[in-house]
Design a binder for this molecule. Sequence first.
Ligand SMILES: NC(=O)c1ccc[n+]([C@@H]2O[C@H](COP(=O)([O-])OP(=O)(O)OC[C@H]3O[C@@H](n4cnc5c(N)ncnc54)[C@H](O)[C@@H]3O)[C@@H](O)[C@H]2O)c1
Length: 256
Amino acid sequence: MIEKLLQGKTAIVTGAGSGMGKAIAQLFVEQKANVIFADLNIEAAKAASDSFSSENVKAVQVDVSNNEDVAALFQEVEEVFGRLDIVVNCAGVPQVFTEVEDLSIEQWDRIMDVNTKSIFLTTKYAAPIMKKQQSGSIINIASIAGVRARPGLNAYCASKGAAIMLTKALALEFAPYKIRVNAINPGPADTPMINQFLNGDGTLIEEDKKKIFLDSVPLGSLIQAEDIAQASLYLASDLAKIVTGEILNVDGGRGI
Ligand SMILES: NC(=O)c1ccc[n+]([C@@H]2O[C@H](COP(=O)([O-])OP(=O)(O)OC[C@H]3O[C@@H](n4cnc5c(N)ncnc54)[C@H](O)[C@@H]3O)[C@@H](O)[C@H]2O)c1
């Protein structure tokens, strides 16, 4: 792999305590970025970042759906690192398969707030910093569920479909400032989240995982967190300097 692709850059990665966010944040540090590991679960964010030099990383507790938390996060990045080049919106919550008449208002609001409103909030606070710099890369981890629906995933599909369209709208809005905005659609991935789609308590058995998820992927394997990290590295780096508004499926062909 090409090394030091992110030398001199500073990144915020949300959801960096687990799964894809953790893999993205760790790869970015290996590629020489300064990285804020942001997560609601601060212990997980600290554990994900503690093998790196404290000069290059910082773990911050944030609820990405909370305006005050997100505003404080972006103030902190400027104070600690003095600039901001990359934001990866990876924090997300799943939906246990639920028919729409059984879905509570609170469940709907939570899924939309964490998966979609969070992107509005982070870009709202990233915009002034990146516009001043006349550069930046924002990457939204959406989902193949944002373009291919599944029964019982009504709110989740809607939240990711909105994330995809918000990516395109922001790409156009920010293009005059040389700020790029792209999204990645992971297919079913081998992370702690996958078990929660079926029963919410993580007790999904391997047979269910295969029947529901694996069989839907033409390439025949679940997506790994590292697959999403490598796609994020491309979009974050200058290798993708002319790429914006792109929705990259990293899904083993699930979206075909
Ligand atoms: N796992 C899959 O099959 C799959 C498929 C497509 C898309 N995705 C999306 O990829 C992203 C990463 O998922 P993952 O599989 O790595 O999940 P994960 O559950 O392993 O990690 C999600 C992280 O987000 C954090 N988080 C949750 N709510 C938060 C909040 N309000 N504020 C801050 N942090 C919060 C959690 O603490 C956790 O560390 C999510 O947006 C998810 O919707 C996942």
